[in-house]
Write a protein that binds this ligand. Structure first.
Ligand SMILES: Cc1cc2nc3c(=O)[nH]c(=O)nc-3n(C[C@H](O)[C@H](O)[C@H](O)COP(=O)(O)O)c2cc1C
Length: 193
């Protein structure tokens, strides 16, 4: 079946994160984000795409700091409350009943109960006609101790980090399931005899 080009996220599952920021007057904000990705393993930058009219973008521009919270699937209702277009003077932690978690290196708090937290500093904004690409440096990265395996990886089966697939009429929320195949990084390199 052929799809219109703008339906890219109907065929490409995306992560769902909650980005927490504070305004320059100290108002807390949280918003769900799907257009976000690390820039190349093993570097420490991430990039997110934002429509220009976002309190999140304004706050990042004003303060240069944000936290990328990875919510578990149990947090979908809070995620959808934060998706509403509240005016900037509304504290979205209060609206969604989110418990703040003090950050280590940046002013915006993280969100208690998340699977992981990335504290970020703005590196560069690339502004286009309709949107902005925000490049951030992860300055502090933490995984919830409840979901760490013996190897120090995320036990994603238990953690159930939130993901999404977009349909024609709405969002279907998902989480990763083990496909039963592990590939060590060394497998990507051709060995010559
Ligand atoms: C699952 C989900 C993912 C979203 N991803 C993005 C995104 O990648 N970029 C964006 O600009 N808006 C995205 N949005 C919309 C914003 O979260 C929404 O407009 C929110 O109200 C923005 O809040 P703010 O103005 O407080 O920043 C997404 C919404 C949902 C529900």
């Amino acid at each position: 079946m052929q799809l219109p080009p703008h339906n890219r996220e109907n065929v490409l599952p995306l992560p769902v994160v909650l980005i927490s920021t504070v305004s320059k007057t100290g108002i807390r904000n949280a918003a769900p984000w799907g257009n976000i990705t690390p820039i190349l393993r093993p570097l420490d930058e991430i990039v997110l795409a934002s429509w220009l009219r976002r309190d999140t973008l304004d706050n990042i521009r004003e303060t240069g700091e944000f936290v990328v919270n990875v919510p578990p699937a149990t947090m979908i209702e809070e995620v959808m409350i934060c998706a509403r277009n509240f005016p900037p003077e509304i504290d979205e932690f209060e609206e969604a009943g989110l418990t703040p978690r003090p950050s280590t290196t940046v002013a915006p708090p993280g969100i208690e109960g998340s699977v992981a937290w990335m504290e970020c500093r703005l590196v560069e904004e690339i502004t286009r006609e309709k949107y902005a690409l925000v490049i951030g440096k992860v300055v502090h990265l933490e995984m919830n101790d409840r979901h760490v395996t013996g190897e120090g990886d995320m036990d994603f089966g238990a953690a159930r980090p939130l993901c999404m697939v977009c349909g024609n009429n709405g969002i279907r929320f998902t989480y990763p399931v083990d496909a039963g195949r592990f590939a060590p990084y060394s497998e990507m390199f051709v060995r010559r005899a």
